[in-house]
Design a protein around this ligand. Sequence first.
Ligand SMILES: Nc1nc2c(ncn2[C@@H]2O[C@H](COP(=O)(O)OP(=O)(O)O)[C@@H](O)[C@H]2O)c(=O)[nH]1
Ligand SMILES: [Mg+2]
Length: 273
Amino acid sequence: MLAQRKWRYIDDIIKKLGVNIMLLGNTGAGKSASGNTIMGEDRFLEHFSPQAVTYFSELANTVVDGQRITVMDTVGLSNTQVKISEAKRQIENMLKEKDVHVFLLVVRLGDKFTEFESKLLKWIRQNFGADIFKRTIVLFTHVDQLHEPVERYLHESKSLQSIIHQCFGRYHVFNNRDKGRAQVNELLEKIKKVRMMNGELSRYSIRDYRKVQHDLLMKDCAIGAAVCGVMFFMIAPALGVGKAAQTGAMIGTGLLALAAFLGVIILARKCFS
Ligand SMILES: Nc1nc2c(ncn2[C@@H]2O[C@H](COP(=O)(O)OP(=O)(O)O)[C@@H](O)[C@H]2O)c(=O)[nH]1
Ligand SMILES: [Mg+2]
């Protein structure tokens, strides 16, 4: 009885807070179409032809059964026409506007799981942090084009199982040609469960993103400085630097690498502040 009342209370809070969803995935996976299905109307431009690819990340709001729903549609991360740095800038701008309660990793069913998709997972982990998967649901699209039951299809694909596994077994299936609300309501229930598990107030914010980006940059700087140092010691003998000179050069290079490292840190702090 007490537990039931507690769930109802949490349910109420979640409803009042509304839900912010960010769609991630490759170009053509069905992100914009899924955004439209969730919204119940065409708010995002779907990719009917190569010319109509989404170049911008977009955000749209709606209210369903008294609950505000915000969907953030991002550019396809395999979109060769948009630089990855530009995609990251757009994602960052969106996170400045809204925190994310749940990420939907959109994957097209029926397509061969390519190397690019496994790279995408790695990219997401590196750029958003491994914790993102605690609040991610895999959203499979194009189920209407599948010629076998979805469960069998997923069971036969080791790579798709591995994505689902990374997202703690959470997935949902969409037919974006189906305009009924049943599949959306089911997804919203799954989203609610994810939020309840993470804590109803828990969100992924711009601060989380910047922290991961900052750590990533520091790691790159450390690797860069180490590589510079090692390269110098490798080419120093070839340049005929004597032992005494080499010791001096060693100190010089060390100081230079340190200065470069500190310079990049200052620059990074400026960029991310
Ligand atoms: N038949 C079918 N087509 C879909 C489905 N989802 C998306 N599409 C179509 O697939 C194409 C790519 O979808 P889009 O949402 O633009 O992909 P995005 O690049 O990830 O945003 C569009 O022509 C969509 O209409 C689906 O579930 N079933
Ligand atoms: Mg799109």
